[in-house]
Design a protein around this ligand. Sequence first.
Ligand SMILES: [Zn+2]
Length: 304
Amino acid sequence: MAELPNIENLYSTLKSLRVVRHCFSNFLDSLSEGSKCDKEDGNETANQKSLNNLRMHVRELEQNIHNLTSSSINPPGGPNVMSNIDVLSLDPSPDKLNLYHQLLDCYTWIDKVSSYSGMVHSICSGSYLKRSSMPAIRKRHVPIIYDANVVPQTVDIHIQNIKSRFPDMTLNVVRPLGSNAVLQVTLGRVLKAVVFFRGLLIEGVVVRAYNEPHTDEDGKVDLYRPSQYKVFQKVTDNANAAMLHFFTPGSVDITVRSFFTWLNSFSNLFTEVCKKCNYHVRHNYPPTWREFRTLQAFHEECRP
Ligand SMILES: [Zn+2]
């Protein structure tokens, strides 16, 4: 059991402390009245007297503190292992105790966020938001053919195949931008389209009406001007969606053939009824959508 502190020593120490504080106040007062010191006669000035007095009482205080600590009071032993949050939990004030629980909840929440973000990162790093299924192909160790880097002769061969496959379709190849082909397509007497390639990769499609020219005022093939008719603007949007849908890296034949098969199905754009509602016209539009697999016609609103 720890020994109780000597009350007498404690009392005398506190008394010495009070005296020191009093002497120190006197010393500061005498310093602030410096002009009075100059008039002081004798060997010692008032400042020196106060300072000597203070020194004496400080020594006395030190002696009392030494007696007190050596006899009874032991400093607390061992390192302080409590963290700041533990100290906060010991605070008896009810409003601060609430703060302690909120802080614990916050730490738990941050731990969960860190854990979940690590899981999401591992999931997302395994999927690629690209126009292709390249990761799956890489897993099967199938070499990827970079369809954009092919010679123009290869592109011409594929276009010839399309020509022979779809007799209703008239194809005219031009190369206004170097080696990359631009295909001017005329489908029956229904529509015209401009399909531009980068190598064998279809980069974009613009569909226009049969009476709209492929070329602009300067006689150059027009790659970007949309049709003035809403019907063909919708078909253009759907054709670009089909272009992305049919894109299969490493299978150039399938990509090009599938897309032109789908585009060829618009030969009955104004004659085919919608497979769902059996009407030709709905909201002033013919069936402008063709299913990718079955090529069945649907209105935009009737799409399955
Ligand atoms: Zn319909």
